[in-house]
Design a protein around this ligand. Structure first.
Ligand SMILES: [Zn+2]
Length: 313
């Protein structure tokens, strides 16, 4: 699937092709305090154990039944969604909303105990990696339902949500048939708030939120990326070849992902040594050149040439 170009789009920050779902603990960047709407959490990116949203309020403030907390920034969109669903004759309730790291830990551990680790990482997500910890996700049920269920998709409420929630700033995070892309199992009840403008862009792109955030916003700082400290993967992917500089941001235009070197999947292996001490941004380019010469990586040189070309545009 290609990334649809946006009108007047300038080169954006990204890190190349969407990486496979990998168990890592890389601090999310942008983080939720910088720009909550563009924070990507997945198997790799985390808000860590200490993050707590600064403006949690009851979902009731968004006129939604059920229980739980969401961020105040989502209340306007929640009110609009709730009212529209009610007007459609399919009123909604919150089954679950904000979860603390501690709550997510308990949920995850219970999941591991009952269903095993592989199931738990696809159904709940590891602590620190759940969108519920952002205070921006809600598990919706129809009024009268008592549990979340995949049958939600075939109910009137679930069908209405899938078709209309984006108009009010909400998107289904884990759509059907997209597990290999979004890492988590299909969850027709789980929606995250992005604000109306960004939700529309993501919806119109035809991409999942993870793909869109990755392609347009996600940044990767090598010195912030301890690789797989928790669970090293059995077969490490090739080391990214563009990482000697302190900050690795591949500049690419919309849709250019397909033309970037496909091989260097941005993993975090063996990238931290040369970043120690952190060069000043002005020196980054020089250091990259030296490092690349040492590495002798053709792919890296190509990348650099491309980056320069883009800069000249
Ligand atoms: Zn959920």
């Amino acid at each position: 699937m290609l990334i649809g170009p946006l009108a007047g789009a300038a080169p954006v920050l990204g890190i190349g092709p969407l990486p496979a779902c990998q168990i890592l603990d890389v601090p999310a960047n942008p983080g939720p305090n910088d720009d909550w709407a563009t924070t990507l959490l997945d198997w790799s990116f985390t808000v860590g154990p200490d993050y707590k949203p600064p403006d949690l309020v009851s979902v009731h403030k968004g006129d939604l039944g059920g229980g739980g907390l969401v961020r105040q920034v989502a209340i306007g969109g929640l009110k609009a969604l709730t009212a529209a669903a009610r007007a459609n004759g399919t009123p909604l309730e919150a089954y679950a909303a904000y979860r603390s790291y501690a709550t997510q830990t308990k949920l995850f551990n219970d999941g591991v105990k009952s269903y095993g680790y592989d199931a738990a990482i696809t159904y709940w997500g590891r602590p620190g990696h759940s969108e519920h910890e952002l205070g921006l996700a809600i598990d919706f049920i129809a009024v009268g339902d008592t549990r979340i269920s995949s049958e939600f998709e075939s109910t009137r409420a679930g069908g209405w949500m899938a078709k209309n929630a984006w108009k009010y700033g909400w998107l289904m995070s884990y759509p059907k048939g997209k597990q290999s892309v979004v890492c988590l199992h299909y969850e027709p009840w789980h929606y995250r708030y992005y604000g109306v403008d960004l939700a529309k862009k993501i919806h119109d792109s035809g991409l999942t939120p993870r793909e869109y955030l990755w392609a347009h916003f996600t940044q990767f700082n090598t010195d912030l990326s301890p690789l797989a400290t928790a669970s090293p993967s059995a077969a490490p992917a090739p080391t990214a070849s563009v990482t000697p500089a302190q900050t690795t941001l591949i500049e690419t235009s919309m849709g250019a992902g397909a033309t970037l070197p496909a091989q260097p999947q941005p993993t975090r292996a063996a990238t931290t040594n040369t970043a120690a001490g952190g060069p000043a941004p002005a020196d980054v380019f020089t250091i990259v050149l030296i490092a690349l010469a040492a590495i002798g990586s053709i792919a890296s040189v190509r990348y650099l040439q491309r980056r320069q070309r883009l800069r000249r545009r």
